[in-house]
Design a protein around this ligand. Structure first.
Ligand SMILES: [Zn+2]
Length: 335
């Protein structure tokens, strides 16, 4: 699964708006970037379907990037299953990239940030931040307490603590393609991000901007849960001289529950889905909840390309349940 070109690539179609403006057409390059820290589930497959349809409807290229840097949580079997699950649903990628293969590029970015005097070691524990100030992502904000500390003589590689990147304090003004306001002053509201964890793992916030740059990503389509990280990522792009892609954040599938609803994660694993449904049946369920089909009748992703339109896709999250008929997704919005 190393950057393998896959079959099923569709012919290039030119973006209509670019033609009508007389501008050079912009080739959309997009990615689906699931983490491999658990089984695929309906929420993962919905996200993959939306990314794939958005790219194909605009004649774009779309790759899958398996985010497997967190060695404490990832499993090779889950990465393999993610590839299988997408194929089962009918999604064919132009390439599959494994994030852990990209260590050299991530280290080069850390070297660049270090050379610019942006890196510092942080000795603050998560427990020390608990009870402090809430960040936009629901976690605890970091107050940049260690900003004045210097890296050890051996640089970031020799640091025994987490390494953070000092962001500029000014705000990022950004509204995504769905009209979702992502504006934030990330250094203040979130705090400087960890870019290399204490255990040596390259942190998500850094890896994502470096990987998107190297893949030439023009459009980032992903779930709403990641929206609060966007301003931090845009700030890291600025520090590294990386152009900011277009963003769009879509609705999520949630776990049913009596209390606060949570993003669907492990409750409906792919192994259970596959035992009950086939790919076209699941595609039909997802197409219906995404507003692209009037019923849940079986279909394939390729059949949805011509009807795909973000204006049909709901903006509020939905609850996914497992019952006697298998997967059922609530018609009503949940919040
Ligand atoms: Zn600190």
């Amino acid at each position: 699964m190393r950057s393998c070109e896959s079959a099923g690539v569709e012919p290039v179609r030119v973006e209509r708006s670019a033609v009508s403006c007389g501008m050079a057409p912009r080739r959309v390059v997009s990615r689906f970037a699931p983490s491999t820290t658990g089984e695929a589930h309906p929420g993962t497959l919905l996200a993959g379907l939306l990314v794939w349809l958005d790219a194909r409807a605009r004649g774009g290229r779309v790759e899958m990037r398996l985010e497997d840097l967190d060695v404490t949580r990832t499993k090779a079997a889950w990465a393999e299953q993610m590839i299988d699950a997408c194929g089962w649903l009918g999604l064919a990628w132009d390439a599959v990239v494994v994030q852990s293969d990209r260590r050299a590029a991530h280290e080069a970015a850390l070297d660049a940030l270090a050379a610019a005097g942006r890196l510092y070691p942080c000795r603050c524990s998560r427990a020390a931040r608990a009870g402090g100030r809430r960040a936009p992502d629901g976690g605890w904000a970091y107050d940049n307490t260690c900003r004045d500390r210097a890296l050890p003589a051996g640089g970031w590689r020799a640091a025994s603590e987490a390494v953070r990147a000092r962001l500029d304090d000014d705000p990022i003004e950004l509204v995504d393609d769905g009209g979702f306001d992502l504006s934030q002053a990330p250094a203040r509201e979130m705090g400087d991000p960890v870019v290399r964890r204490r255990d040596g793992v390259i942190a998500y916030q850094l890896a994502v901007v470096v990987d998107d740059r190297d893949a030439g990503i023009t459009d980032v389509i992903r779930g709403r849960d990641i929206a609060p990280s966007t301003a931090t990522q845009v700030m890291l792009q600025r520090l590294l001289g990386i152009a900011t892609p277009r963003y769009r954040h879509h609705f999520l599938l949630l776990e049913p529950g009596a209390g606060k609803l949570a993003k669907l994660h492990g409750s409906i694993p792919f192994s259970q889905l596959r035992a009950r449904h086939d790919g076209p049946a699941l595609c039909g369920i997802l197409a219906h909840v995404a507003g692209l089909a009037a019923t849940t009748a079986p279909c394939t992703p390729a059949e949805l390309v011509d009807v795909f339109d973000w204006r049909s896709v709901p903006t509020s999250d939905r609850v996914a349940r497992w019952g006697e008929q298998g997967l059922v997704i609530d018609e009503e919005t949940s919040r």
